[in-house]
Design a binder for this molecule. Structure first.
Ligand SMILES: CC(=O)[C@](C)(O)C(=O)O
Length: 296
């Protein structure tokens, strides 16, 4: 059964961006447009409203999306059942997390998982954890490690693995920014600040500064927390990172934690997955292993 056109449609329905979907699904823009036209012919309905700037789902598009999601889920389930019967689980699972999480949260889960299901192949992708939830929602990955946002998207399920404080870090010892770091409160309006370009850490820091009535001197926006530690170690400024990133960085001894008041709300870092995929055997197996780990 060929669900390719529906898969393209599902991705596009989430991204609402032709070029991004064509890129992520490794097809040319014209193949993508043809796939959508084909579905529009087959349903006799307009599925997407397009203008030069934006794409939006029509009501028919939304109905097709929920149908397609259910169909692809049922189809995957059926294939799993038919293929494996009572055989041990096999196949591939994609997991996305930060380099840091791959050092300290994933190894325990992975080693238990591998000893239980040696035939399963794990494809690990590391990157900026700010992208993790979007990747799970777009099905660019099956599972991801991420910080739980204050409002978790309704389609996602989350299991907590660790609470991690969010800390400001400064270069250790003399640096070009030392003059903005007197004893006591830093001179935030002049001190160059290095923040994650997006994600929860970014949001939390914006809230923190707003509550204190400070407009900070944003110096650089970085993708991935590990790079923030590198820039701070180089003396470029002060950064905000989850403490675990510091603990697992080779440059950890080149930076120090700046005490601030009030402390920022810690990250609740855990594993997330789409709820509706939890009954897929591979995903369930991984989820259960992670859950037992979390309860330990
Ligand atoms: C969100 C997350 O995975 C971490 C461990 O906090 C990180 O790497 O930033």
């Amino acid at each position: 059964m060929d669900l390719r056109n529906l898969e393209l449609f599902m991705h596009l329905a989430h991204s609402l961006h032709f070029a991004r979907t064509a890129d992520a699904m490794a097809v040319s823009p014209s193949t993508l447009s043809r796939a959508i036209q084909r579905l529009e012919q087959e349903t006799g309905c307009t599925l997407l409203e397009r203008d030069n700037r934006s794409v939006a789902l029509t009501p028919a598009g939304r109905r097709l999306l929920s149908f397609a999601e259910q169909l692809s889920h049922d189809w995957e389930q059926l294939r799993q059942d038919l293929r494996h019967g009572d055989e041990p689980l096999q196949g591939q699972l994609r997991v996305f997390c930060s380099v840091t999480a791959s050092y300290f949260l994933l190894p325990d889960i992975l080693s238990r998982f591998r000893s239980r299901y040696p035939q399963l192949e794990i494809r690990l992708e590391t990157g900026d954890p700010a992208l993790a939830m979007e990747k799970v929602l777009n099905e660019e990955t099956d599972l991801a490690i991420a910080a739980r946002p204050d409002a978790l998207p309704g389609k996602l399920h989350f299991t907590s693995l660790a609470k991690i404080p969010l800390v400001f870090i400064a270069p250790r010892g003399p640096s070009p920014v030392s003059r903005f770091l007197p004893e006591g409160e830093p001179d935030w309006e002049r001190l160059p600040l290095i923040l994650s370009s997006q994600g929860l850490g970014r949001k939390r820091s914006e809230q923190w500064f707003r509550n204190k009535g400070i407009s900070p001197n944003l110096y650089a926006e970085v993708a991935g927390n590990e790079a923030i530690v590198s820039m701070v170690a180089l003396g470029c400024g002060v950064g905000l990172v989850p403490e675990a990133v510091l603990d697992h960085s080779l440059l950890g001894d080149k930076v120090r934690v700046l005490p601030v008041s009030p402390a920022l709300k810690p990250f609740d870092v855990g594993l997330c997955v789409q709820k509706r995929r939890l009954d897929e055997p591979l995903i369930r197996a991984f989820w259960e292993t992670a859950h037992q780990q979390a309860e330990k």
